[in-house]
Ligand binder design. Sequence first.
Ligand code: AHR
Length: 498
Amino acid sequence: MQAKLTINKSNEFAEVDPRLYGSFIEHLGRAVYGGIYQPGHPEADEKGFRKDVMELVKELNVPLVRYPGGNFVSGYNWEDGVGPVEDRPKKLDLAWRSLETNEVGIHEFAEWAEEVDTEIDMAVNLGTRGLDEARNLLEYCNFEGGTYWSDLRRQNGREKPFGIKTWCLGNEMDGPWQIGHKTADEYGRLAEETAKAMKLIDDSIEFVLCGSSNSHMPTFGEWELTVLDHAYEYVDYLSLHQYYGNPENDLKHYLARSLDMDEFISGVTAMCDAIKAKKHSKKTINLSFDEWNIWYHSNEQDKEVAPWEVGSPLLEDHYNFEDALLLGCMMITLLKHADRVKIACLAQLVNVIAPIMTEEDGEAWRQTIFYPFAQVSNYGRGQVIRPVIESGSYKTSDFAEVPYLESIAVHNIQAQEVVIFAVNRGEESLDFTMNLEGYDITKIKEFSQMAGFDIKEVNNEKEERVKPEASESIRLEGQIITADLEPLSWNMIRVAVK
Ligand code: AHR
């Protein structure tokens, strides 16, 4: 089967915001306790952070990590996590029915974030709390000194402000499961007033307003329009969350989920612009896809997890090869919308629906989804080029045309390369032609493929079998590149250009 990608230099349409490759650490399961933080583990540093985990986080090259939740934040008192560790209260975390020791709080997390060279995307509790605690937290984090909260930070060992730039106004406030769940009007007003007050302290910060928890929520659409109507002038991004799964074991349908994601992004973008037009505003609201991933493998086992423990093994999905293919399609989809999606957080980062897993007494290891994420995060930097795709397609119950080829290209001007990412969704190989108009190709730098595995194959601590390998099946003739895309494959092609 043939497939073709044509790109033209005049169609570079968006600069990738590095925050597109963000991730997420929530106080949930073994993400913090037993994940990034495990004092006593042979790999722990003097602060208790696992160095093996930090190394893998650095391989993923994540510039932003959302923290501390998620559902957790809607019942969290941030003050419990500051001051001498021995004085910090142990509390019930109602969101995940776990115990929170508060050994890790904002100071510890900020130190970890600095070690792995990432920024914090801080969520405030608009569930059980509100404006007052949110503005206190901002004063604690970002104000230089000379006030109660900023001096408390200094007393607690941090002289300089944390300088947190991105703030989430709550989490999934449309969800009936959320502690302190609100109607769109209730939330819209609260978010507006909270952002307004916080801007008075630090007007350099940016806000993410909660959109719907997923595109299938009964209030989807109404929610976006209402909350934007209230808070438009004070916020910068609207959030999207979406997880997919393959419980029906229908591969074709599963690999088409990125088309659903594509429609979701286009729909939310249109709603932001509708409110912009309604308000005659000059300001454009961009999107923060601040939770996205695959989540379903662990649903049954989570029902067996005992409540009220610290670091229970919750949401520990073990990802297989088909998950890596869908994740690749989802990353390509985010890049296709890089003009409007400025922040995205792979949810999550360690142990909890995560690319990185840890063994309690052993090593940290890479799940299958680690690899497409790492390749796009490391090489998908620069200008995204609008793709023209010619490919056969198949039909699913919800999409008339699902192209076998999913692809995008990014021009990294500094590195003098064009990087092409491609998924072959089909079970036949694709004879793939890449036509790079307006770029002067000097050579093929790399062709890396993830292919040939059983679709259900997983990695584990002992063996990371599902990973990319270099391939020779690529040719450059004049300015035309052709490559063989193996059936069901993830591909990255790096081309040197002048
Ligand atoms: O990422 C896991 C959970 O999924 C988050 O806590 C919540 O925001 C979402 O429902």
